[in-house]
Design a protein around this ligand. Sequence first.
Ligand code: HEC
Ligand code: HEC
Length: 287
Amino acid sequence: MAEKEIDEHSGIQTTGHVWDGIKELNNPLPRWWLITWYITIAVSVVYMIFMPSWPGLTGYLKGTRNHSERENVAIALAALDEKRGLQMQQLLQVESVAAIENDPELLNYATTAGGSIFGDNCATCHGSGGQGFPGYPALVDDDWLWGGSLTAIQQTIRYGVRSDHDETRYNMMQAYGGVLSRDQISDLVEYVTALSGREANEAAVGRAKPVFAQQCASCHGADGKGDQAQGAPNLTDGIWLFGGDRVTLQETITNGRGGVMPAWTDRLTNEQIVALSIYVHTLGGGE
Ligand code: HEC
Ligand code: HEC
């Protein structure tokens, strides 16, 4: 080890390290730096007294405040669960649309929860916003096959339509292909076209009138306005489940349809179904 010596230019002691004749001075650390360093040591000691710090062989040094971020998360989650459980419970008590509309917080909860359940289970058939596809009814309009009240919507979701559930909503329009002649069906196509306010062959409409009254009115109504009790669509409103052009009408009447809406009662909880009903109801066309 080299001898300690004082640098002749600065008067500062050297460390004894020399590189290519250049000597390293042993400057003290800057004062501000040292003070900051001592402060951090002091703070860390104080921290260790109060807060969790060193790992031990079993567990860790917990500190006097017994603070645990993990426990805080668990407590917050439990509180949220409790609040949700309460809201879910409240949902089950909802009797009318007015009741939920007067409770913005609960309504908000129901539509948020309902919306996410809808995205997971219903959007594949009804579209992500409930806009529907041919054969899968739009849920955003006020044209309901089976009714748009909260109760009716709930019933549809719970048991489905032509589903495999015992309590399913059920009504089946038969295939008229074997029952009526091709000409009769063509006339009916004109009749249905006229029902929805479009131009149609008048002679054909006249011929179809008694056939409609005899074959179709029991479900679709004498005026063609449909019947929600039977899930028979309104044929006069220009809103089509399958399509209102002549080719599609011909196909519907000849072969029948019988679209299936699954029952959800065994797949979703009661609360989820209520939340969904409220969500569907708020989509725009609830009654
Ligand atoms: C496999 C496709 C399919 C899925 C999935 C599906 N639906 Fe449907 N849904 C249908 C069909 C088809 C109808 C029309 C039934 C008919 O002809 O009466 C329907 C009808 C409805 C109706 C009645 C509409 C009216 O005008 O009365 C509601 C409400 C409804 N669905 C809600 C839902 C909800 C909520 C979900 C998710 C839990 C869902 N659907 C999932 C196919 C589906
Ligand atoms: C037993 C009841 C019943 C009778 C009778 C019936 N329908 Fe239907 N009809 C329905 C139901 C239910 C639907 C809903 C669609 C489904 O089957 O998925 C429907 C759907 C339709 C549609 C499709 C509407 C759309 O929005 O796309 C047309 C068109 C139609 N019926 C015309 C007729 C005509 C014409 C007759 C008489 C020859 C007739 N229906 C007789 C019950 C009936």
